[in-house]
Design a protein around this ligand. Structure first.
Ligand code: MOS
Length: 756
């Protein structure tokens, strides 16, 4: 790209050219470079400025909705908006004849009408039976967005509404109608974990705590709703520019549905306005590709907030029965849990979420006798899927609340109780194997969190008019796709120059969804090569120019993608020293192998690495209004190695706010499968006045044996223990245990009143 073009903003670049090979980050880095600064060696552990900071702050960064192509058409989706119905007749004649309409697509038009991450069990467009409100029935493509919207409303669909099955506990009962032909008995997945003998374990217990818990839905509420544009590129490839978490997975699913060879499909991610697991499954990717492919014209879509909330999956609600036994001196002897998760009608990532939940049901503790049964159950509710923590938050809420109740019953300090029981080096998990990857630092993490918070001599920073309380919880989080998945990532690095390295070109598919992964990866490259960050040019997130790096999910990219970068840099450097110019190397990192859960006992090496986290919170409960305010949070995380500490603080603060929203405020409501809170005026996420006044991020660095420079993934961890820590603090303030949330004022007030 020449100098003049460099000055063109990203946005203009998109509109004037159909040649997008340059990669956005490269452009962003150049803009960022224009600030005069001394070129210094970039180190790990340095909080360098994010590569995309300037573009994001000035508004120059192009998000999918900002990108316009000459001659583009607009798409609107007709959603079912009913939880369970048979399509008796669909007549698009009027819509097809409406002004500006180019084409109406229905199920008949999709070559291979199926998609899904865990299993391709969902239709792209529904032919006969709609199983949830966000099911897509038809697509309208027109010259303008308004015309597409108008015509969408002219599509005549005659439905036969069928009774929806909306409680997974009912759906599991014998004789319940079957939601999906593939899942007999409506149990999509059952995970049993068996260790020791729980009957014998409970016989040894002096104290037994039994509880029943419920965790709610959560909506991802990312800044930009689903959007994108698809076109045929210069090489004839169906190209989709969209926000997502894994370009190569999107490419695979699009190619499958369109019955095209993989290399005929290209997926590019520009700036993406948040993901949190919500972009792990398909939303607009396949439908955009279908329209551009069939019409041979660029097609664009932007979902409204309401369409986004109706149209993508939510965090799994779970019902958890939990029984925990301990001796008088606080040693855990047995745990038994049953977890029922509402999957909605299709698989999405339910098995992964369920695996983590089953695994998390015993918390981060050594328990000699364990019996866990976790179920993902199909219903006609909104589909469930990935959301930060992948089932960990739900399971830990139950496990950690049980621990806090146990501490109360034993009259023991909750931190002391934890230190007696947390997993340590050599401890066996519920899956009967030790934890891999370097120091099991839970004792240190728990102690450090308590020390930094001042747990031993806790005193309120809060005001005096309300009840003040303190709570504590901890967790572990796996890194990577687990349970036997062959974890890997590939990166390519090219070194240019003569006597010295003048320029480094990094090809990496990692999705930048706002977490700062491109910055961390560039920082790793710069430090391996011994060059300043300014010399790194990133070519990113484009299936035509990057190899598979896997998903930005499961806290895996710093670890797995970082190892690929490190390997590629080291190989390229060897070639450089052998005088190759340019020196170019591709490296595929293969992570330590995990194993599948034994179908009867769950015995396995489920995960390849872990991160550890503890949180202490102080809350203020207004006993007159029921309003819960989080005054401060101390969050201690063992991240192995902090590549960029400020980015880690950003992840901690973001996760804390998001988890606080889930615990106190966000209240996703459905009735008979219909969504009652389809916009941000009814689904309330934390605003600036709701977030904790103080979040103290405490970063520990006990290196993982296989992580790059010892780094462990960390972006999900801080979410996981917050709900049980807040619940414990509210109990400490009011004397009342909440086994379900969100802690909306009415719920808090009602329970406090009843307890009086
Ligand atoms: Mo996430 S739930 O790891 O995409």
């Amino acid at each position: 790209m020449n100098t003049d073009k460099e000055k063109i903003s990203v946005l203009q670049c998109w509109s004037v050219s159909n040649e997008f090979g340059c990669g956005f980050a490269a452009l962003l880095i150049r803009q960022w470079n224009t600030g005069k600064r001394e070129m210094r060696m970039t180190q790990l552990g340095q909080s360098i400025t994010r590569l995309d900071a300037r573009a994001k702050v000035t508004g120059e960064a192009a998000f999918p909705g900002d990108i316009n192509l000459p001659g583009q058409l607009w798409m609107k989706v007709l959603f079912a908006r009913r939880p369970h119905a048979r399509i008796k007749r669909l007549d698009a004649t009027k819509a097809q004849a409406a002004p500006g309409v180019v084409r109406v697509f229905t199920a008949r038009d999709v070559p291979v009408n199926e998609f899904g991450l865990g299993s391709k069990d969902a239709p792209v467009l529904v032919a006969d039976e709609a199983r949830w409100v966000g099911e897509k029935i038809a697509l309208v493509v027109a010259e303008t967005e308004k015309q597409a919207e108008h015509a969408r409303d002219l599509i005549a669909v005659e439905y036969e509404d069928l009774p929806p099955l909306t409680d997974p506990r009912d759906a599991m009962k014998p004789g319940a109608p079957q939601v999906h032909p593939a899942y007999a008995g409506n149990v999509m997945k059952h995970i049993p974990i068996r260790k020791g003998d729980v009957a014998q374990g409970f016989a040894q217990a002096d104290v037994i705590i039994e509880g029943e818990y419920h965790t709610p839905y959560q909506e991802h509420a990312y800044l930009q709703p689903e959007a994108g544009v698809a076109y045929i590129d210069d090489e004839g490839r169906v190209t989709v520019v969209v926000g997502g978490q894994w370009v190569h997975e999107d490419q695979e699913q699009i190619a499958h549905a369109l019955a095209l060879p993989l290399d005929q499909v290209r997926v590019i991610y520009p700036a993406t306005g948040g993901a949190f697991g919500g972009r792990e499954d398909m939303s607009v990717q396949i439908i955009l590709a279908l329209a551009a492919y069939k019409l041979n014209r660029p097609v664009k879509i932007i979902w409204s907030r309401e369409e986004s909330i109706i149209g993508h999956h939510k965090r799994h609600p779970m019902w958890i029965k939990h029984k925990l036994g301990a001796t008088r001196d606080g040693k855990l002897v047995a745990a038994e849990a049953q977890l029922v998760s509402d999957a909605g009608p299709y698989m999405y990532t339910s098995p992964k979420v369920l695996g983590n939940a089953a695994f998390g049901a015993t918390g981060p503790y050594q328990v000699p006798h364990v019996k866990v049964d976790a179920y993902a159950v199909t219903t006609h509710n909104i589909v469930s899927g990935a959301f930060r923590g992948f089932g960990g938050p739900q399971a830990h809420f139950a496990a950690e609340t049980q621990m806090n109740k146990l501490a109360e019953k034993l009259g023991m300090d909750p931190v002391e109780l934890r230190l007696k029981n947390v997993l340590r080096e050599g401890s066996l998990l519920s899956t009967q194997t030790p934890l891999p990857g370097g120091p099991v630092s839970l004792p240190q993490v728990v102690q450090k969190c308590a020390d930094e918070f001042g747990w031993g001599k806790r005193s309120a920073v809060s005001g005096q008019r309300s009840a003040v309380g303190f709570g504590f919880a901890c967790a572990l989080k796996n890194i990577g796709f687990s349970f036997g998945y062959p974890e890997n990532a590939t990166a390519t690095v090219e070194l240019r120059g003569g006597a010295t390295i003048e320029k480094v070109i990094v090809h990496h598919a990692a999705a930048e969804v706002g977490q700062g992964t491109h910055t961390a990866l560039a920082q790793m490259a710069a430090s391996t090569l011994g060059v300043p960050i300014e010399k790194i040019e990133m070519i990113v997130s484009d299936t035509a120019q990057t190899d598979n790096a896997g998903s930005v999910s499961a806290s895996r990219m710093t670890y797995i993608g970082g190892n690929a970068i490190k390997g590629a840099c080291e190989l390229a450097l060897t070639k450089w020293h052998e005088e190759e110019r340019p020196a170019r190397a591709t490296y595929k990192y293969l992570a330590p192998q995990t194993t599948q859960l034994d179908p009867a006992t769950g015995k396995s090496k489920p995960n390849l690495a872990y991160g550890y986290v503890a949180e202490a919170v102080e809350v203020e409960v207004d006993t007159e209004t029921g309003f819960v305010r989080v005054a401060r949070v101390t969050c201690a995380d063992d991240v192995g190695k902090a590549i960029n500490p400020r980015l880690i603080e950003g992840q901690i603060e973001g996760a804390v706010v998001q988890a606080q929203g889930w615990t106190i405020q966000e209240n996703f409501q459905t009735r008979e499968g219909r969504v009652l809170t389809p916009n941000l005026s009814t689904y309330l996420i934390p605003g600036i006045l709701d977030v904790p006044e103080q979040v103290d991020s405490v970063i520990l660095e006990y290196p993982d044996s296989d992580g790059p420079w010892g780094a462990r993934g960390m972006a999900e961890m801080p979410f996981i223990p917050l709900a049980p820590a807040i619940i414990a603090a509210v109990h400490n303030a009011t004397g009342v245990w909440f086994d379900e949330f969100p802690l909306t004022p009415w719920r808090v007030l009602e329970k406090i009143k009843r307890a009086k």
